[in-house]
Structure formats: C-alpha cells, structure tokens
Write a protein that binds this ligand. Structure first.
Ligand code: ADP
Length: 582
C-alpha cells in the first residue's frame, strides 16, 4: 500500500476520534468565525487558522515556517487549498511530506472541533476533478519535475518550444529537493576568486577515478566541460552557488554551494527547487501534478507522445519527450533485483523515485547501463533515514564507532566509507561536529532542530550520553585535534584538516548506510538522445538526470548529481526543442 493511502487510513482514525469530542452536527452559524490550532510538524510547529461559515470552510491559512522548503512547506500550501476546494478532510497526505500532512490534518480537525464542527458536518463537493479522457498537443513533454526535468523544461521553453511537465508527486523536486551538498564545477570564477587551481581534466580524472573508470568517458567530459557554464546559467535564473568547498573524491575545492544571508552554507536542493519552479511559473510552463506518465507513444519507431494518468486519462501528442523521472532508489524490489545484498536497507529517496522512466523506455527497446551500480550513502540518520550531508565531513566532522574510535579516512568515496561503517559493530557510527562547525552551517542547525543530535559540554559528557567509553572517545578527539594542528593524520591519512573539533559543546549524529543513488539507467549519448539496444538513437526521446546511466560509473561523487541535472538537463531541453522545431 502506498504511504499516502496508509496515512489516509490513519487520519480517518484521527477524525473519528475527534468526532467523539466535537458537538454533534453543530452549525457554526451564518457569521464567519475563525478557529486556530497548532500541531507539531516535521521540524517545527504547524499552525492553522480555519474560517468557517455555517457548515462550510471558507478559508484555511496555514503557517509552517519550520518545515522543509519545497517539501513540508508545499504540503502546507496544497493540503489546506484542497480541503477548502473539496470541503472534505478526506484528502490524501502528500507523499514525502507525511509528517507535515499529518500535523495539518490534526490541526485543522482540532480547529474545526473548536468551532463545534466535525469532518462529517462538511458538505463535500463532488469536484474531484473532471474525469474522462483528454488529448493535448505540445512540442516537448518533460516527464518528471525534479532538477533535471525542470532545468530541461526551462531551456526547452527558452529555445521556443511549447512545453508541458508531468509530475507524479503533488510537488516538484523529487530527490533533488533532498540534495544537501552543492554542484561540482571546474574552472569557475568562484574558484578563481579563492585562488583554487582546478581544471576540466582534473574534474574528469576525479570523476572517472571515483566511478572506478567504468563511466562513459564522453559523458564525463561533457559534464566537466559544461559545468562552469552551468553555474553561470544558474546565476541567470536567480540561483547563486558561491561558496566553494571540499567534498569526498575531489582533489581540490570544487563543490559550489548556496549561502544564506549570514553567509552560512545551506542545502542546495531546497534552495534550487523553488527557483526552478518559479522560473517555470514565470514562463507559464504548465506542470500537471499527480499525473504520472505511464507509457510512451511510438509511431514508426519515433516517440511521438506520452500517456499519463491524472485527473484525466491524458494522451499527449508531442514532437519530443524528455524522460527525467529520476532513479529507482525507492523501489526496493527493483534495487534488490539488481543488488540482492541491499535487501532491507533504508533509502534516502523520495517515495516516487521508482524507476518508471527506465521501465517505460525499456519497454520500447531502450538500452540500460550499469543497473547494478547502486550507491549507498554512509551518513543516513539512523532513525529517520534523513540524509546527512557529506559536506560536514569535508568541513571537519569525523566518524567514530560505538567503541569511541575512528575507523576510516572520512573523506574517501561513499562506497569505501560505507563499507568501513557496515563493518563496525551494529553497522552504524557517530558523526561528530563541534560548536564552531554549527556556527558556520545553517544545515547543522537544521539537524539540531530536527532532533538528530546528542550533545555534551565535554568529550566525556558526550560519550556518556552515547553510551560510549568516555576515556577512549576523549583520547580519539584529543588525538584528532593534534592531527589537525600538525596537518597529519597518522591513523588514516586524511588530508585538508583545516578545522579541529575543539569548540564545546560537541554534537553527535547516529548514522548508517542507506540506498542513495542509482548510478545505472538509460543509455544516452552526449546530446541526451536515448539509445536502443543496438546503440542507435530512438528518435524523439531524450533523457537527463538520475534516470540515465554512465555519467557516474560505479560510484557517484558528492556534488556530481547537481552537476548532472544542470548540465544534461540543459542539453536535453535545448536538443529536444531543436528537434521539435525541425
Ligand atoms: P533528477 O535528480 O534526475 O532530476 P529527481 O529525483 O530530482 O531526479 O526528480 C525526478 C522526478 O520525477 C520526481 O519529482 C518524481 O516524482 C518524478 N517522477 C517519477 N516517476 C514519474 C512518472 N512516471 N511520471 C511523472 N513524474 C515522475
């Protein structure tokens, strides 16, 4: 059963419970009255002001300031609007934002109860949308409104195409919303400003080495060559990635990150996704939400459209189709079918990332590559599967096991760090940061707000709270601080130790390995054409982002997913629009 459906059942139970204390079928009278209620959301409070007149909800104002932009905050806009529209609380929770959805339903129920109303007193409007079939005509249809899809849609529009975006979820963003780090790019003005010497060739070499040299080198070259221009393009659409940092697998500082007003680095995905979305809105590019594409339409060997299932059964005729449905990390059956060793692993992925685009294209003869290459991320918060950014390790965090000892060079690639972590007792570890790091990072502050951290004023106090041997942990930390002072890590040969961990209080996050990125996917060429199993172009079909394979080889470096969606999303948009104009 889908997460949303489970939530619906659960929420119905809440509503039934609420009716017990609401006065029976009481009308709010003819005058409008407003009732307020607050519930705890994912990272902060969710407050609703519900205005009722008679038995009708005329307005719901919801405030969810602490919730994640693009995820919980989207639920905060859409769920109240849907409730007012349908005059019913029998609305699906938003996939990916179930805790915020749950808080909204509970708060709205409580506010109604305050006014003497229960869900059953509302007269539900039968406007679940017009049903039936509809045929639409576009130049370019983009399947998936994650980073790659929205980038492609913006570029296709700007190249003159009439564009439609289909999105399976109720919001944009997919896994891109969860990207914490930034975008790798070489030879940028931002690097030059800080005197960082990088080159396109070094970017290619690092990416190939990280990918164990099974990457498609032509795609890697395209990625690196177009990366600096990608950063510049982002700037033109209102997104600035100005802080350059060090990330696992990169020889130099190459990851470009956004900063907030205080100059602290912030998560790249929740920064970029609303910017992509508002760029589409400004251009009047329509996004059909909760409308998964189900099938590609083929005529004479060319892709000429797509079928989708939303409020209606859509047949969309298009001159070109861009698949940007992301990977398959949330489809555990598909993951296990390619990598049986990953049975039972947590996933960092959004629930809609289930390999749809790969399956649709395969069914019309598309080739796939590297499907068994599935990346596990070593720092997934052990209780919630929330992703803890790799940037913390680049900025100075270390990993210790339950025995209080480091066990790996924390800056090695994700696969190596994950394997080392899985080998520790309990297959988890503790990510340690200090107050100096917190002061520089709004991201860590967010983790603290979400309750991910355990803290202590001294190393001993933190160790005690973690049930860890106090003396061993303190020795590990003191050694680490000395290594940083000497710029020499005799235990694991870590490099680039600019910050020690000596500023109290100290924080620990329990982390484990989780399915993170599926490197394999549709085989494309450097112009993002999808290739068939004979290596020929499938006319009219393009793909970009995590749905494709070959760019990352056997292991994706942190910062290369955003580079992938921007570089190849742009190419897909431009190429599809040019093809459609022929
Ligand atoms: P990428 O990083 O490649 O852009 P994301 O995971 O960010 O990938 O985004 C993929 C998007 O595609 C998500 O928003 C997801 O909900 C959407 N999606 C997945 N399957 C379908 C489908 N069948 N139809 C429409 N959208 C889909």
């Amino acid at each position: 059963m889908e997460e949303g459906k489970i939530m619906k059942k659960f929420l119905k139970a809440i509503l039934v419970a609420s009716m017990v204390f609401a006065t029976a079928a009481c009308s709010g009278g003819d005058k409008a009255a407003t009732y307020t209620a607050t519930e705890k959301g994912f990272a902060g409070d969710v407050t609703v002001e519900v205005t009722v007149k008679g038995n009708e909800i005329t307005e719901i104002k919801a405030t969810c300031d602490g919730e994640t932009p693009g995820i919980g905050q989207t639920a905060c806009e859409k769920i109240p609007a849907k409730i007012v529209e349908t005059q019913s609380l029998d609305v699906d929770a938003m996939t990916g934002a179930t805790i915020t959805s749950e808080a909204l339903f509970a708060a709205i129920t409580a506010a109604l109860a305050e006014g003497g109303l229960s869900a059953d007193d509302l007269t539900a409007k039968d406007n679940a949308g017009e049903t039936g079939a509809e045929t639409l005509d576009y130049d370019v249809v983009v399947i998936g409104a994650g980073g790659a899809g929205m980038t492609a849609a913006i570029e296709a529009h700007d190249a003159g195409a009439k564009v439609l975006v289909l999105e399976k979820a109720a919001m944009t963003g997919g896994n891109t919303s969860r990207a914490r780090g930034g975008m790798n790019a070489a030879e940028t003005p931002e690097q030059a400003k800080e005197g960082i010497e990088d080159s396109i060739q070094l970017f290619i070499d690092d990416t190939m080495k990280g990918g164990k040299n099974i990457n498609d080198e032509a795609l890697v070259k395209t990625l690196a060559e177009n990366s600096a221009e990608g950063i510049e393009w982002l700037h033109t659409i209102g997104a600035d990635l100005t802080s350059v940092g060090l990330f696992g697998g990169a020889s130099v500082k190459r990851i470009h990150r956004p900063v907030n007003a205080e100059g602290k680095t912030i998560s790249v995905g929740s920064y970029l996704v609303p910017i992509f979305q508002s760029n589409l809105e400004e251009r009047n590019v329509e996004i059909l939400y909760e409308t998964p594409a189900t099938e590609l339409i083929v005529d004479g060997g060319k892709v000429v459209g797509v079928k989708a299932n939303g409020e209606k059964e859509y047949t969309i005729n298009a001159k070109a189709v861009i698949i940007a449905t992301g990977g398959f990390g949330a489809n555990s059956d598909m993951v296990v079918s390619y990598q049986p060793s990953l049975e039972g692993f947590m996933s960092t992925n959004a629930a809609t990332i289930t390999g749809d685009g790969i399956k649709m294209a395969e069914s019309i003869g598309a080739a796939t590559v590297d499907m068994e290459q599935i990346q596990i991320h070593p720092t997934v918060e052990a209780n919630t599967a929330g992703l803890i950014t790799e940037g913390l390790r680049g900025d100075g965090a270390i990993l210790v096991n339950q025995g209080g000892k480091r066990f790996v060079n924390e800056l090695l690639t994700r696969d190596v760090v994950s394997a080392a972590e899985i080998a520790q007792e309990g297959s988890y570890s503790w990510l340690i940061v200090d107050q100096a790091m917190v002061d520089k990072s709004a991201v860590i502050q967010g983790y603290i707000n979400k309750g991910y951290t355990t803290s202590g004023q001294t190393y001993e106090e933190l160790a005690k709270a973690l049930n860890m041997d106090e003396a061993t942990f303190a020795e590990t930390m003191n050694n680490w601080n000395t290594y940083c002072a000497n710029k020499n890590d005799p235990d694991f040969q870590r490099e680039g130790m600019e910050n020690d961990l000596s500023t109290a209080p100290f924080y620990a996050i329990k982390v484990t390995a989780g399915v993170h990125h599926t490197m394999g996917g549709l085989k494309i060429d450097t112009e993002t054409h999808v290739l068939n199993t004979n290596g020929a172009v499938i006319e009219g079909l393009y793909a970009a982002g995590e749905v494709t394979g070959g760019v990352h080889g056997a292991n994706r470096l942190g910062g290369n997913a955003v580079a992938d969606i921007v570089v190849f999303g742009r190419i897909a948009g431009q190429e599809a629009a040019a093809y459609a104009a022929k």
